[in-house]
Design a protein around this ligand. Sequence first.
Ligand code: NAD
Length: 372
Amino acid sequence: MRTGVAIVGCGFVSDFYLRKLTDHPELVLTGVHDRIAGRSAAVGEHQGVEVYETLSDLLSDDRVHIVVNLTNPSSHAEVTLTALAAGRHVYSEKPLATSIADGKRIVAEAERRDLLVACAPANILGEAFQTLWREVRNGTIGVPRLVHAELDDGAVHLMGYQDWHNTTGSPWPYREEFGAGCTVEHAAYHLAPLTAMLGPVRQVVADHATLMPDKFPPGETGVVGPDFVTASLSFEGGTLTRLTCSVVAPPDRSLTVVGDGGVLRLDNCWDFGSPVTVRTIAGRRSDYLREAREVEHARPYLHHERYLANHRMDFPRGIAELAAAVGGQRVPRLSARHALHVLEVTLAMTSTTGVTAIASEFDQPEPLPWAS
Ligand SMILES: NC(=O)c1ccc[n+]([C@@H]2O[C@H](COP(=O)([O-])OP(=O)(O)OC[C@H]3O[C@@H](n4cnc5c(N)ncnc54)[C@H](O)[C@@H]3O)[C@@H](O)[C@H]2O)c1
C-alpha cells in the first residue's frame, strides 16, 4: 500500500526532497502547504499536486498519513505538534525543535497518541555510513577509541549565496541560516550517525566563536550565530569525539574513526556514496599504518543525474523508513527520542562554553538489513 505524504514548508530544501521522491514509489505526495502562498503555488504547480491554503486544510485531507515538516527550525515544534494533534505521523527536518522543552513535548505527545515522529538527517541510512558502521561492528579497527568529525562548510558568505535559488525559485534562507549558526544547522549530520553507532554522549566540553560577523549583503544587518564551534564529546561507552562545525574553514565533512587496530574514514557525510577507506596496523614502527584501502560499499548508491550535483543525499529515504515503521508497527530508525538526544548535545555545543552533562536516553537504531 502506498503512504500519503504532504509537505509543509515549500522553501529551499523542498526541492531536494521532491527531486528524489519518485525513487520511493511507496510514497505518494498528496499536496503541499506554505504560509507564503506563492511558494506552495509554485511547488504545487511544478509537482502537479494539490495546494492546501492552510495547515488545517492539509490536516483534514484523509489521504495524508505522514506530514513532512520542512519549515524553518523555529516552526518545527509548532507544526509537528499541530500535526500530531490531528492524528498524523510526522517526518521533521532537523533539528527536532529549538529547545529541549519543545523536543520533550513532541516525544511525549507522539507516545501518548501512539503516533510516530522521525527526524532528519537521513544519512544514517546512507550506503557510506552503513558501510563504515558494518566495519566497526565487524571489528575491522578493533575498539573505537577516538573520532574526528569535521563539518566545515567553507566561508559561505564569500560564495555568492544571494544567487542561490532552487528549481521553484526559493532563495537560500541566509537570514535563518546565519542566525541559527552552522552548528544548529549541521552538527546532526555527524551526531546522529555517531550516536546511532556508539550510543549516548554523556559529557560535552565546548567552545564557540563568531569569527566573521559580516556575512550579510552590503547595507543589510542581522543576527549571526556562532560560525565556529568545537567540542569534545565523551560517549557513555568510552569513545571520545572531537566535532568541529564551521562556515569559516574550507569544506571538510569527513569522519575518521580511530580504533586500537586501525583507522576508518568516510570522506563526506553529506554523500550517501562517499568513499570509505580503512588503514590497518602494519606493525610497531614509525609508518605503523598500512596504505588506505577502499572498502566495498554494503550496496552501491544510485545517484541520478537529475539530482543536484552538490547534494548526493537521498533526503526522502527517511520518510520511506518512517512509512515502513508505521506499516511494521515498530520504532523508526530516525526516532524522535534519538533526535532529542542529538538536540541536547547540539544545544550544549552552542549555548555554553564549558562542561555540560547530557541526560537523555534513546534506543540505538538497528542497522539496515542489507548492511548487517
Ligand atoms: N537549505 C538547505 O540547504 C537545507 C538542507 C538540509 C536541511 N535543511 C533544513 O530544512 C528546513 C527548511 O530549510 P529551508 O532551507 O528550506 O528554509 P526556507 O526558509 O527556504 O523554507 C522554509 C519554508 O517554511 C515555511 N514556513 C515556516 N513556518 C511555517 C509554518 N508555520 N507554516 C507553513 N509554512 C511555514 C516558510 O514560509 C518557508 O517557505 C530547516 O530545518 C533546515 O535546517 C535545509
